[in-house]
Design a protein around this ligand. Structure first.
Ligand code: LLP
Length: 433
């Protein structure tokens, strides 16, 4: 995270003082680094360049940014300019991609519950591929494409039943998950799909989970998928691409096992596929967190310090509605004061072990637990690794307007989303006549 660094004890994002941003724009505030986004993106290209296939024009690699991780159109526009494709799970996300300057023809539509209206919109926009997750979805897509007089390009998301060894809420490739077509039914499902007049089979897709810190579960999934690909092709349906999903984890600084470096991961995946395939095929990735997570921070201000017999609380102005990962997954986010304090506490500064908690009326409303910090009311704190699944999972619980979002580019900070106002929150509501 070299784009988040300290100068004389003060945190900077690229060339901009974080403390000044907090003063100017208020908190809670999300701040992203364009350079960090670009660096994370380049790591995927670097891995591709290291792979055996790098000079093979018949074996393309395409990275589709998982929009659900961060859907701000300013952020998406950075990726669009870098030549990214996008992975979407709703019509709303497609609208954002288009508003950000992304191409529908480079967008993949994933998700387990696509409505007919969403399919219509995506077909009219001309998305590149639908990752279909069930037989009823195949039928619906075939019917909607037929109504529009087009053929829908598809992959089937298959569920390889491997354990990604991550949090149960974010593991998706096990039999008991709601995602994908069961492995044992996949061959038949491809045979069915290939006979549907308004569908064209392009590839195969699997996504086994998120915040995965080992490569082995991917290799296990890929081995199963490749076996299936051979069967599907022997049934007469060619498979042009293999979409290996997203899921590569990041280092949250919690001392847990660090994930592989993106470039090494990408190279290993590509070489494994090429070493075990009967022929070269295009490979697609759908990463979110590994592109975005460590490219953003959340700033929050200490409102009150509340020392207690059992716990010391630092009550801050950001809450579970702004960053829900700790409440939902007991997720760890590193927290540091934006301006480091002298280890010799000044008057009024308390050095203690704190729980960092928000103003929302729930005990689950915490951002961090048991952190040794030197704090005074009014201090600004940076919550790290908040660039993925931070703002996109924010809510208005307790009628709290959502934070503003800034994108720093060198010495400039661009407001890519204004702070919400309370008036906006109930603008669509009506009192009874
Ligand atoms: N593709 C599909 C089909 C997905 O469902 C996901 C994430 C991704 C790609 C991107 O996965 P990533 O590379 O970001 O791991 N809210 C949770 C994470 C949920 C992930 C959902 N699916 C969290 O904050 O940890």
């Amino acid at each position: 995270m070299t784009h988040f660094h300290r100068q004389a004890g003060t945190l900077f994002v690229e060339g901009v003082s974080v403390s000044q941003l907090a003063q100017q724009h208020g908190t809670p505030l999300y701040v992203y680094s364009r350079a960090a986004l670009a660096e994370a993106w380049e790591a995927y290209a670097a891995g591709t360049a290291l792979a055996k296939r790098h000079s093979d024009p018949n074996a393309k690699v395409k990275v589709h940014v998982a929009v659900k991780a961060n859907s701000n159109i300013g952020v998406l526009s950075v990726f669009a300019r870098l030549g990214a494709g996008f992975d979407i799970v709703s019509a709303g996300e497609l609208a954002r991609v288009l508003a950000a300057g992304g191409q529908a023809s480079d967008t993949v539509f994933s998700g387990v519950g696509k409505s007919a209206a969403e399919m219509r919109y995506a077909l009219q926009a001309g998305v590149k591929c639908f990752n279909v997750e069930s037989l009823p979805e195949l039928e619906r897509l075939n019917a909607v494409a037929g109504e529009l007089g087009v053929r829908a390009p598809i992959s089937l998301r298959v569920n390889p039943d491997v354990n990604p060894k991550t949090h149960p809420y974010i593991s998706t490739g096990l039999k008991g998950n709601k995602f994908g077509v069961a492995f044992s039914e996949a061959r038949k499902a491809y045979a069915t799909a290939s006979k549907m007049p308004n569908l064209v089979v392009h590839g195969i897709d699997c996504h086994i989970g998120s915040q995965i810190t080992e490569t082995e579960p991917y290799l296990d999934a890929i081995d199963k998928v490749l076996e299936l690909v051979d069967e599907i092709e022997s049934d007469g349906t060619p498979i042009q691409h293999i979409d290996v999903g997203g899921g590569l984890g990041i280092d949250y600084g919690d001392g847990g096992s660090p994930p592989p470096k993106t470039a090494d991961f990408v190279r290993t995946i590509l070489d494994h596929i090429d070493d075990h395939s009967t022929k070269r095929r295009d490979v697609w990735f759908e990463p979110g967190r590994s592109l975005l997570g460590n490219s953003g921070i959340l700033l929050t201000t200490v409102e009150y310090l509340k020392p207690g017999e059992e716990k010391n609380f630092a009550i801050v102005d950001a809450a579970m509605n702004d960053l829900s990962r700790p409440a939902l997954y007991q997720a760890f986010h590193r927290v540091e004061p934006v301006i480091s304090r002298d280890p010799d506490p000044e008057p009024g500064v308390l050095a203690r072990t704190y729980d960092i908690v928000g103003p929302v009326c729930e005990s689950g409303d915490w951002l961090a637990r048991d952190r040794e910090l030197l704090l005074a009311p009014g201090d600004t704190l940076a919550v790290f690794s908040a660039g993925a699944y931070g703002f996109t999972m924010a809510s208005n619980y307790n009628t709290r307007p959502r934070a503003a979002e800034l994108l720093v580019d060198g010495t400039e900070a661009h407001v890519v989303r204004e702070r919400e106002t309370v008036a906006q929150l109930f603008a669509g509501e009506r009192v009874l006549p």
